[in-house]
Write a protein that binds this ligand. Structure first.
Ligand code: F6R
Length: 249
């Protein structure tokens, strides 16, 4: 769906996701929210936190799973995705709701795990144990990446340690004081095969830098490894939350 601007998009995405979460929690069922970092979902998280302020129920059945984490960045690093999540979502939620424990109800790759293969296995098993992701939030890279699944990634890939594309390093350097040399070259990412197992997907795209890649995907007949997000064409339940700039209007 196309929204006039980022704020409207964020509000709508938040209220839809809030309803999905609370519907299940109110029925004493678990809800697992797959989360992305980056600029795109910040407005959504802000609005979700607002909505949770008035929620009277328990969040003990609420769990989150994060898509990715930079390799070798410790959780305390201000550039880690762990830190981002703490700032934008986990801590504000835990401060309001005692029933949300940000240590036991969150799953995210550990950037400084000693053995990468073991870390990928632990993460995949943790997702399985929790019963899989109900709704996975995604952003999209200007090169079509989802998570850190860069062009060339296979559609059945599982969680792994991957190399970042040059284009991703160029875009993400803004978060590292503009210096590309400070951007980690590798990251853990949930695989495309793993993402595709989420029951539902919500993709958020805002701003004109996203318009060309979205147009390319729209013009495709079937998925291609050149554009990892195109694998979503084969997912049965994807909702696109796009603002007018990203829609090329
Ligand atoms: C972040 C992630 C990335 C971003 C993408 C878009 O966890 O998985 O795929 O969603 O790079 O980033 P923004 O939203 O900053 O344009």
């Amino acid at each position: 769906m196309v929204f006039p601007d980022y704020d409207t998009l964020s509000r709508h995405a938040a209220s839809e996701i809030f309803l999905k979460i609370t519907r299940k929690l109110n029925a004493n069922q678990k809800f697992v929210l797959g989360m992305a970092t980056g600029n795109s979902p910040i407005g959504l998280y802000k609005n979700l936190i607002e909505l949770f302020k008035d929620y009277q129920g328990s969040l003990s059945g609420f769990h989150t799973v994060n898509l990715d984490e930079y390799f070798k960045l410790p959780r305390e690093s201000k550039d880690s995705y762990y830190y981002y999540m703490t700032q934008h979502f986990w801590k504000p939620l835990a401060d309001m709701h005692e029933s949300f424990n940000l240590y036991t109800q969150t799953i995210i790759p550990d950037g400084v795990a000693e053995i990468p293969e073991a870390e990928c296995k632990r993460y995949e098993e943790a997702i399985k144990e929790i019963g899989g992701v109900d709704v996975q939030i995604l952003g999209i890279g200007t090169n079509g990446h989802i998570g850190f699944n860069e062009p060339g990634t296979k559609g059945n890939s599982r969680t792994s340690l991957v190399e970042l594309a040059e284009e991703t390093i160029e875009v993400n350097k803004a978060h590292f004081g503009g210096d590309p040399d400070l951007v980690p070259r590798q990251a853990y990412t949930m695989g495309i095969g793993t993402i595709m197992e989420a029951k539902e997907i919500v993709l958020i795209a805002s701003g004109k830098s996203k318009a060309p890649i979205l147009q390319e995907i729209k013009d495709l007949k079937k998925p291609t490894e050149d554009i990892p997000a195109s694998f979503l064409l084969e997912h049965p339940h994807v909702e696109y939350f796009v603002d007018e700039a990203a829609a090329g209007k």
